[in-house]
Design a protein around this ligand. Structure first.
Ligand code: ZN
Length: 232
């Protein structure tokens, strides 16, 4: 399906039941930007959104863009919390095992270094990058960009930092790692007593905070804000 059809996004305001198709005539006063629907590949004109407005794909109803009030403050706060929880998650024991009178605790970092000692360094590197390094870099980048947006002043390399963060985001596998841990937890609990450490709960909170930050991140809106910093 080619991205060769141009259409106008459906705009939905919170607490309003009906959806309205915005006509081209009403868009003259606002700058419309073209977006490709992530789901159905439709090329769509999306106008600048007001507070609490959302733009949906007219073909598949996919959420294209939304304008949360104080979204940048949400992203900044949850990114900072997520980074703090990630630091706690690599500091304390992650899981504890006890079977046949023997006990052992494993930290998050040990779960990666054990792959290196088992002669799987490339796998250890991928796991480290996808569950610690890339999420941490994304969060630091978000704090940097949102600080610039909040202060209405461009910091050095803000567009490049934002572009790098958005490129890194698909490679962050924190929530997938957490689901994998829960699945293995169910399996291991049948052969040993498993205790969840402080690090595990920190990682759960880190994943939650990062997910909230990403959900409040509207790429189109943040790009417009970053571009406007250069003209302030
Ligand atoms: Zn669509």
């Amino acid at each position: 399906m080619g991205a060769n059809i141009s259409d106008i996004a459906l705009i939905k305001k919170k607490n309003i039941a009906t959806e309205a198709r915005i006509s081209i005539g009403t868009l003259r006063s606002v700058e419309a930007a073209k977006m490709v629907c992530h789901e159905c590949d439709l090329l769509i004109d999306v106008p600048a959104l007001g507070i609490r407005e959302k733009a949906f794909c007219p073909r598949c109803n996919y959420l294209l863009a939304s304008n949360h009030p104080h979204a940048h403050a949400f992203v900044l706060a949850f990114s900072a919390c997520a980074l703090l929880f990630l630091l706690l998650a690599i500091t304390f024991p992650f899981l504890g095992f006890s079977a046949s009178g023997q006990e052992r605790t494993v930290s998050l970092v040990q779960s990666i270094t054990i792959l290196v000692t088992e002669k799987l360094p490339s796998l250890g590197l991928v796991v480290f990058a996808s569950i610690i390094f890339i999420p941490a870099m994304f969060l630091v980048a978000m704090i940097y960009v949102m600080t610039a947006v909040g202060r209405q002043r461009s910091l050095p390399g803000t567009p490049a930092v934002l572009r790098s963060a958005l490129l890194m985001l698909p490679w962050s596998m924190a929530e997938i790692f957490l689901i994998g841990i829960l699945v293995s937890f169910i399996k291991i609990s049948s052969i040993a007593d498993v205790s969840l450490g402080l690090s595990f709960w920190s990682y759960v909170l880190f994943t939650f905070c990062m997910s909230v930050a990403v959900l409040h991140l509207d790429r189109r809106e943040i790009w417009q804000r970053v571009k406007s910093l250069d003209h302030v």
